[in-house]
Design a protein around this ligand. Sequence first.
Ligand code: PEP
Ligand code: CO
Length: 449
Amino acid sequence: MTDTHNWQPASWRNFTALQQPAYPDDGALKSVQAEVSKLPPLVTSSEILALKQQLAQAQEGKSFLLQGGDCAENFNDCESGLISNRLKVLLQMSLVLVHGLRMPVVRVGRFAGQYAKPRSADMETRDGVTLPSYRGDFINGPEFTEAARIPDPRRMVKGHARSAMTMNFVRSLIDGGFADLHHPEYWDLGWVSQSPQSEQYRKLVQSVGDAIRFMETISGEAAHNVNRTEFYTSHEALLLPYEEAVTRQVPRQTGWFNLSTHYPWIGMRTAQMDGAHIEYFRGIANPIGVKISPSVTDEHIKRLCETLNPDNEPGRLTLIHRLGAGNVEKQLPRLIRAVQSTGAQVLWVCDPMHGNTESTSNGYKTRRFDNIKSELESSFDVHAAEGSHLGGAHLELTGENVTECMGGARDLGELDLERAYLSSVDPRLNYEQSLEIAMSIVHKHRSLR
Ligand code: PEP
Ligand code: CO
């Protein structure tokens, strides 16, 4: 159990908090915080502790974490079709992984609270007008007007409600079984024939279908009744006044829980040892993640382990490396060795998205499928070579047929990006590219066995 001596949900206020909005009215902020702190939580402590145990299994190499969703949710996208398609692609990917890796998959969405974004500049100037940068729907609006850009604390209440609606719908879909999902006959697999690996992918899909039919025959039950799927949520816990307001004590449990999400993470830009985010995260009992960029030193990663998981509790700490395809072989070995030298137990996860962002000549922020795939594959190799193992993948994806990342089986190019680029922040894998990544993980994992 984390030592919460000298810690309170508000003790982050004694440290430097980066990436926070400047709210114009402190009284309004305080009254929103008081309101949020009374609203029902979005998750329970027993779910949080169950997830921690499952992550402990992944840490031991007995299961695999699939974490995915939008870079940023926005309030307008809190809509049934988008939510169910995102859940669908994640569940289909997880079936591919369960079958191909021969181990359970822990499913975690980047949703129901992924509303706050770090930005490289506090202000944005257009045509001589300077306004606060857009920091996510939790904080302000994307439109370039003063009304939209001045941070408004009421948005926290709206975001909390949107998160609750998202959770509620996800829970109902899962309880209802989402029946046809288990059957690859109903998946959109037209892209498979376009892939250079089409033969292999076709066989994989076929054997997933065979396995499910076999299980249904043996048990006399539909697949979704045999194995009730669990789904957990995560978001970057960036906006500390909100996170403070959703941090509670729970009867018959020790410690403090962030009850807005199961599995919050600290972003790359706010992982400073002396910063407010580390102070906040140190005191909560949730399983937590930290993004690890190439600039993290050996000393820094050791201190993250010490401070965030002083008792070396299994499942507590996930290190999500996002190094870029070109950096993995150079940077990952030293990071793994630094952690090993302390004896710290962590779950290692690869985010192959954020180190591979680039801009095209026609002005789109994009990522190449081959770089994403290559960062994942190299990460598997480096962990294996260092006597460690990669326990999961953290992806930005959507269930829609967007054109934001280049490449994949249909080989999307620069000109395709114009067709359906919908992300307001980072480029996401589309439905097909997401399934293809799941299949490529299986292929890679098999080659290591
Ligand atoms: C993100 O996950 O959307 C993000 C901003 O990542 P990072 O903190 O790794 O840059
Ligand atoms: Co992102």
